[in-house]
Design a protein around this ligand. Structure first.
Ligand SMILES: C[S@@+](CC[C@H](N)C(=O)[O-])C[C@H]1O[C@@H](n2cnc3c(N)ncnc32)[C@H](O)[C@@H]1O
Length: 230
């Protein structure tokens, strides 16, 4: 998942995202930051970043890459991380929102973000919409890598089209590595309702980071939200 190509893609997206959100350099919270695909270009653009992730391994990679850049790493669960009125912008990128079983846990994450944002702060959720999945999901998807490894993905929409269950089989020579994960998926309307429950005002829904329409061609569901009236 984290290679030269996906790092370059994120750098490109961040330039568009900064323009779309229109915030001046100020503190940014990157939840589920991974190895810093977004934290690194943001910090290079002058935004101090707090990168939160549960994975020590990925945070170690980010710490090695950050050099003197203003990136703080925090190993924490997004259901628990909260810093009162600190950030100008919060990001949850590449479908890093949706990992939990209970909707209340997602609501808790949004409440933490809301409390961590300054009064004029903004939140960007980068998701894949259930609308896209319904049109494009293939029951089996095969990826062949240059080094001959094969990845077989077997995704399934379950629970009345609200969860994506995934099985990945990575074939490396004679060895097969198997992993499963499950993800909550929302439509644009459902995620707007959840954000409203958490006290956010949806400022825009886009199909990409350049502000493209969220329509039947959109591959991403990019939600821009601000703190609504208390
Ligand atoms: C799909 S990766 C995306 C990483 C990064 N946002 C990016 O765009 O490259 C999801 C990340 O979320 C992290 N993560 C998963 N559950 C988490 C949790 N409960 N709290 C914080 N981070 C979590 C994972 O460790 C992983 O780094």
């Amino acid at each position: 998942m984290f290679n030269e190509e996906t790092f370059a893609g994120a750098e490109y997206d961040i330039a568009d995202l900064i323009e779309l959100v229109g915030v001046e350099p100020g503190p940014v919270l990157d939840l589920g930051a991974g190895p810093g695909r977004h934290a690194l270009p943001l910090a290079r653009a002058g935004y101090p970043v707090t990168a939160v992730d549960t994975s020590r391994l990925l945070l170690d990679q980010l710490e090695q890459a950050r050099g003197e850049l203003p990136i703080e790493t925090v190993q924490a669960d997004m259901r628990e991380f909260r810093r009162e009125k600190t950030y100008q912008l919060a990001l949850v990128m590449w479908t890093s929102f949706g990992y939990f079983r209970a909707e209340e846990e997602h609501l808790q994450v949004l409440a933490n973000i809301r409390d961590s944002l300054q009064a004029d702060g903004r939140l960007v959720l980068d998701l894949v919409g259930v609308e896209y999945l319904c049109r494009n999901l293939e029951p089996v998807h095969l990826t062949e890598y240059d080094d001959d490894r094969l990845l077989i993905e077997r995704p399934l929409l379950t629970d009345n089209l609200t969860r994506l269950e995934n099985e990945w089989l990575l074939i490396e020579g004679d060895r097969v590595h198997r992993t499963e994960f499950s993800h909550r998926v929302w439509s644009a309307g459902e995620i707007s309702a959840l954000l409203a429950r958490a006290g956010f005002e949806v400022l825009g829904i886009f199909g990409d980071f350049r502000g493209g329409l969220y329509d039947l061609e959109a591959e991403r569901l990019v939600v821009l939200a601000g703190i609504g009236a208390p």
